[in-house]
Design a protein around this ligand. Sequence first.
Ligand SMILES: Nc1ccn([C@@H]2O[C@H](COP(=O)(O)OP(=O)(O)OP(=O)(O)O)[C@@H](O)[C@H]2O)c(=O)n1
Ligand SMILES: C[C@](O)(CO)[C@H](O)COP(=O)(O)O
Length: 384
Amino acid sequence: MDKNRTVALIVAAGSGSRMGGGIPKQYRKVAGVPVIARAVDALASHPAIDAVHVVIGAGQEAQLSEALGERVATSSSGGATRRESVRAGLEAIGDAGRVLIHDAARPFLPPAVIDRLLAALEDKAGAIPTLSMVDTLVRADGGVLGDNVPREGLARVQTPQAFRFDTILAAHRDWSGDAEPTDDAQVARAAGHTVLAVPGDIMLEKLTHEADFAAAEARLGAIMTSRVGMGYDVHAFAEGDHIMLCGLKIPHSHKLAGHSDADVGLHAITDALLGTIADGDIGSHFPPSDARWKGADSGAFLQHAASLVSARGGIIDHVDLTIICEAPKIGPHRQAMRERIAELLALSINRVSVKATTTEQLGFTGRREGMAAQAVASVRLPVE
Ligand SMILES: Nc1ccn([C@@H]2O[C@H](COP(=O)(O)OP(=O)(O)OP(=O)(O)O)[C@@H](O)[C@H]2O)c(=O)n1
Ligand SMILES: C[C@](O)(CO)[C@H](O)COP(=O)(O)O
């Protein structure tokens, strides 16, 4: 590392005890994306940040790797307290010009906050984001109200906290306070450094209690945009005794011909989902020229499209499929089809619609030469 580099240090070695059990909160998903991945994305995508280092709990390497997928970040092990984890992370980074120390539990980090922190760091050893107090403050030990606390001059402290690297590393090495510091500004100030406060952001709220996850999803929803994608597919009938349709094996006088299992319904929904993120079509992801997809289960194509939506932070709201054929009759299978699609997409069944129509014996479907399907998918995606 050299002195011109700016490194983000994300502490993710906590156990989330206030969350109340289950997998550590940093590995849980908000709107389909792991909390830690959102924190890494927010920092790694800022043009001033050169590298991201994550401090994790003992034995969490595989969990981190699964949560981050293709994202690039170095990692090392943390300690028993947040302070120890930060210190361990700084030692692992070794050297840099500036460091932004961030809680993994704060997944939504607007780039403007980073801009403000780095601008403030030009003059001082450290800068942190804060929010002013908007509520009345009062002591309430044991549930009984005591004296009010004047809120003027008080602020709520967030992360990331930005420091000159050498300054904060030395301050952590020198720390000898009695009470455990809850943030790094306290460590810097104890070493005699001035730390500036810049405006934080409500999006930066920490996920501390179970209810914070629902609130985060709701807050995220407010900055999401709706997208609709459509898909259309056709397969010809050929000699056979069943078709694959919406993931079900349905007895029929013919099969549907195709390179994969020719599931015309799942193909239409797959293309509709890819349409919502403008990411090509089923043929560009699974080319018929590729032997790997010969006879493939189209459920895998659908799940891949859903994972691409999820990787963009998207939430699938609804899929609506229309199957176009004279036979077989779809009605008797409709409920099972909806259940299978809902299962593949991890959606509740009331978000999956399957309809059918004939073409009154007109055209290729009317002549029973093949089947067609069209689908519409609606998703919510983070505003770009
Ligand atoms: N020994 C610790 C303790 C906390 N942290 C990290 O510091 C941040 C502080 O947030 P907090 O809500 O305190 O996280 P937890 O310590 O996991 O939660 P709790 O206090 O409820 O156990 C989190 O990203 C957490 O993973 C850490 O890296 N190492
Ligand atoms: C660092 C911090 O997020 C700033 O508000 C906070 O102090 C962490 O405190 P916790 O007790 O570890 O949640």
